[in-house]
Write a protein that binds this ligand. Structure first.
Ligand code: B16
Ligand code: MG
Length: 215
């Protein structure tokens, strides 16, 4: 049996629900460009990088922009998004997360963040969780997006833990695939059917305990 030495966490959909703020900001941009953007459309952007998200949005609206325009619109969306996340507070941490992080620390299990978001440090700061993380790997420090394992293998290496002793918590299929590609265990957070490739799936952290970190 493997006793896990490190836990790597995705951010959006695992620790907080920032998808709702991404949605508002992308919708405002879509409206400005003359088309609508639904919550169902927004599902396609979860776990996806900012520039790839813009490409998907433009595909939905059937719009073509130059590379320069794309950079400007991505920047505009981000400024708007950041204005929302700057208002986030500790009560937006998803249920059970803080207790589980505390249990991990008390048991000497290392903790890293593995997120596609370039705003990850700001979000962790807003919700008061920065000090729980031994390492933060985010959209600023990787060149390959999930399902490439880079964001997690980099985290494991910074922690000095071998991938086979790590478990990844993820809400996106691409994130579970990244964990598997990196040689790590994975726990899905969300729908069991969607995340069936994970070792097991939890609905939320209220049902997660240290004892379940055995594979
Ligand atoms: P930013 P995660 C992802 O976070 C979001 O799920 C995704 O919707 C977003 O486009 C991406 O971060 C990039 O975010 O624009 O802040 O750099 O799930 O990987 O924590
Ligand atoms: Mg996510």
């Amino acid at each position: 049996m493997v006793q896990i030495k490190a836990c790597l966490f995705d951010l959006d959909g695992v620790i907080v629900d920032t998808a709702k703020y991404h949605y508002i900001a992308w919708k405002e941009l879509a409206n400005e460009l003359g088309f609508d953007f639904t919550e169902e459309d927004n599902e396609r952007l979860k776990g996806v990088s900012r520039m790839r998200s813009l490409d998907i949005l433009l595909e939905i609206g059937n719009k073509t922009l130059t590379e320069e325009e794309k950079l400007q619109y991505a920047e505009k969306k981000n400024t708007n998004y950041v204005s929302y996340i700057k208002k986030m507070q500790e009560d937006e941490i998803l249920p059970g997360v803080k207790k589980f992080l505390t249990d991990l620390r008390n048991n000497g299990i290392k903790i890293a963040l593995g997120s596609a978001s370039k705003n990850a440090p700001l979000i962790l700061n807003q919700i008061g969780l920065t000090s729980y993380f031994d390492e933060i790997v985010d959209g600023n420090s990787v060149s390959n997006a999930k399902p490439d394992p880079e964001v997690f293998t980099k985290g494991a290496s910074l922690l000095g833990v071998e991938p086979k002793d790590c478990v990844v918590f993820e809400d996106a299929v691409a994130g579970i695939e990244a964990a598997i590609a990196g040689g790590m265990y994975s726990i899905g957070v969300g729908d069991a059917e969607t995340l069936s490739e994970a070792n097991f799936v939890i609905k939320g952290f209220e049902e997660m305990t240290i004892d379940r970190l055995q594979f």
